[in-house]
Design a protein around this ligand. Structure first.
Ligand code: KG4
Ligand code: ZN
Length: 343
């Protein structure tokens, strides 16, 4: 069973070919970072235009990278929600056209379901039920995953997503976009105890909040700008990055630990762009080792947006007999686990 996956939910155009939901034959990601960098964030209109330009070349490259043609594809899996609506529409429209023109079955995949199923592309897949923390630029959500298609949201961010906080803090520090990988690198050279930024543990809930932390970082930066005549030294940037990152990681890891205790499930999937973070990965590994938690963290390239994860989830939909029609709609907002009728 060979699935062509397509993801255009945000600012990366991606297509992948995956066999049996687990073997990656190709996984092409065309990044738009250089387009959005000068604006310090994603410009939705520019993103969808670029997807339009790139979708065919990226799909072509995915097929040739797998040494296959469209004749070999059993189904197309497309991410239809959630995300930037103009971006999603490009992937959806393309996938529907291809499905119609070549009579290839189509399945619809929720973006967060894709991030969860990235863990099934790494060998040693997680055993149900498990907990899944998805941390990305658009989401910070914790799920109890009972089985394929059965997702119970334990908590989510009440304001900024973790990746959004990384990107905003990077902007405040005068760094480039996306800020996550830059802060990750700088943090390695800074002192995590230099600033005491707040941690919003929000007791009695699995929800998250990062806006207070972001405001505290902004206040520290403004104070330093006044003190140092509008200049930020490299040392200051590194210390802020390290202290900010420590606060984010403290909260994320503590929440996972309390979800493990409360649900009695010692299996955890960590995925999404922020799961590429070196401090988060290493702290989660340490805690998992100490507490006997089976931890599944996809490789860095599979944590970030990619179409192989969409194909992996699409394979399960296909096997379950789900099919999307030409009436498939892109949706900017759609909770994970919405009934198939909403798809
Ligand atoms: O999952 P993803 O590729 O796209 C969304 O679905 O949002 O996540 C992108 C986010 C960005 O906010 C980026 O800054 C963040 O992931 N990110 C990181 C790292 N690499 C990417 N954040 C912290 N540390 C990293 N190493
Ligand atoms: Zn994502």
């Amino acid at each position: 069973m060979v699935i062509l996956g397509i993801d255009t939910s945000c600012d990366d155009t991606s297509a992948a070919v995956v066999r049996d939901g687990s073997v990656i034959l190709s996984n092409i990601v065309s990044s738009q970072s250089e387009i959005h960098q000068k604006y310090g964030g994603i410009v939705p209109e520019l993103a969808s235009r670029r997807h339009l330009e790139m979708i065919w070349p990226v799909v072509d490259e995915a097929l040739s990278g797998a040494s296959l043609t469209l004749d070999d594809i059993d189904a197309i899996a497309v991410c239809h929600a959630p995300g930037l609506i103009g971006s999603l529409l490009v992937g959806c429209g393309f996938a529907k056209s291809l499905s119609f023109a070549r009579a290839i079955p189509l399945v619809a995949v929720h973006h967060l379901e894709g991030h969860i199923y990235a863990a099934f592309l790494e060998g040693n897949p997680p055993v149900f039920p498990f907990l899944a923390l998805i941390v990305s630029g658009g989401h910070t959500s914790l799920y109890r995953v009972e089985a394929f298609g059965r997702y119970h949201e334990l908590g989510r961010t009440r304001d900024d997503a973790a990746g959004e906080a990384y990107d905003k803090v990077a902007k405040l520090l005068g760094l480039s976009y996306p800020g996550g990988p830059i802060i990750d690198r700088l943090a390695g050279e800074g002192d995590p105890r230099a600033f005491h930024f707040p941690r919003a543990y929000l007791p009695d809930t699995f929800d998250f909040s990062f806006s207070g932390l972001k405001t505290a970082v902004r206040n520290s930066i403004q104070k330093e700008l006044r003190r140092a005549d509008s200049m930020l030294s490299d040392g200051f940037r590194k210390d802020v990055a390290a202290s900010f990152q420590e606060a984010v990681v403290d909260v994320l890891v503590r929440k996972v630990e309390s979800a493990v205790d409360s649900c009695g499930i010692a299996r955890v999937v960590l995925s999404g762009g922020v799961a590429a973070n070196s401090a988060l990965r290493s702290r989660m590994q340490t805690v998992a080792g100490e507490r006997g938690i089976a931890l599944h963290v996809p490789s860095v390239r599979l944590c970030a947006d990619n179409a192989a994860m969409i194909a992996a989830a699409g394979y399960r939909h296909y096997c379950a007999g789900h099919r999307a029609g030409l009436d498939l709609n892109a949706k900017a907002y759609l909770p994970l686990g919405s009934p198939a009728t909403e798809i």
